[in-house]
Design a binder for this molecule. Sequence first.
Ligand code: FES
Ligand SMILES: [Fe+2]
Length: 348
Amino acid sequence: MNAPRIFPLNAWYIAAWSYEIGKREPLARTVCNNKMVLWRKADGSLAVLEDACWHRLLPLSMGWLEGETLVCRYHGLGFDGKGQCTRMPSQDNLNPAAKVRSYPALDRHRYVWVWPGDPALADPALVPDMHWNDDPEWAGDGKTLFAKCDYRLFVDNLMDLTHESFVHITSIGSKHVAETPMTTTHAGRTVTSTRWMLDIDAPPFWRAQLGRPGNVDRWQIIRFEAPCTIVLDVGVAPAGTGAPTGDRSQGVNGRVLNSITPETDTTCMYFWSMTRNYKLNDQSLTSLLREANANIFLEDLVVVEAQQRYISEHPDAPLRNLNIDAGSMRARKIIDDMIAAETRIAAE
Ligand code: FES
Ligand SMILES: [Fe+2]
């Protein structure tokens, strides 16, 4: 019996940063156990096909592009951006059935999103909101982490930031995070966990960003959008200047954008970006924050990959829940419900 599926298929997933996909070289990626080959057509639009030649299943990503045609490296069959075979060098007649699967894809917020499920359901309005990545009011940049773990371990990690006080104790950790309870709400496919730390000493990172002394009001508002996108609204403002009631004008605000695409059951691609709404033209700050964040996420990587190793060796061992897991429990429930709904429809 196959293990139960751990990700919904009818959803948009990030397959790459937009800049990674060009017109000259096809790129191979795996999304939800679907092997894909991605490239751009002459007009810049995306082509995403199953990464297996119709003929003998060689990965098409091993081939090359000739204009609008992806040529298989083995016997030279050529495919257009919709997956239709347009060239069979060793035969006079094209077999019209020669077609490989194509996937809906689009560029949004500096990422390439693909839809591994039913193409008829691929509504662009369902792409999670990550507009801070290309909004002129915000600046920032990020990277991709290829991780050997179930993508949901990163969802758990991000939905509970009390881990900052331990995993990141030497970088961004502060005891206030673990000591301050959060409130969690949910609606539809989203979960929001909110934590306000009022009138506290600012941690060094935020002290430097704010650039002034004195206690601060600090916030962490975590928003999960199923199946795997989490936006952290984080920042500080001088204590008592009204941030908790909506006036953040004295403070500094960041959005940490995270989307964790499952490749397989035990590997994932974690796309993240660190954006801010201050010092927008300071490119060196953009680089500094990106690299600092990259190092912080490596601390998370060590933890989640170690969890995965144990889980793989002990698949029946339970994950237990504490109060701090309210957000991740709800997120996992939404994911499970999406998978169950897809499974029901498929069985009907
Ligand atoms: S395997 Fe691709 S052309 Fe034969
Ligand atoms: Fe972390």
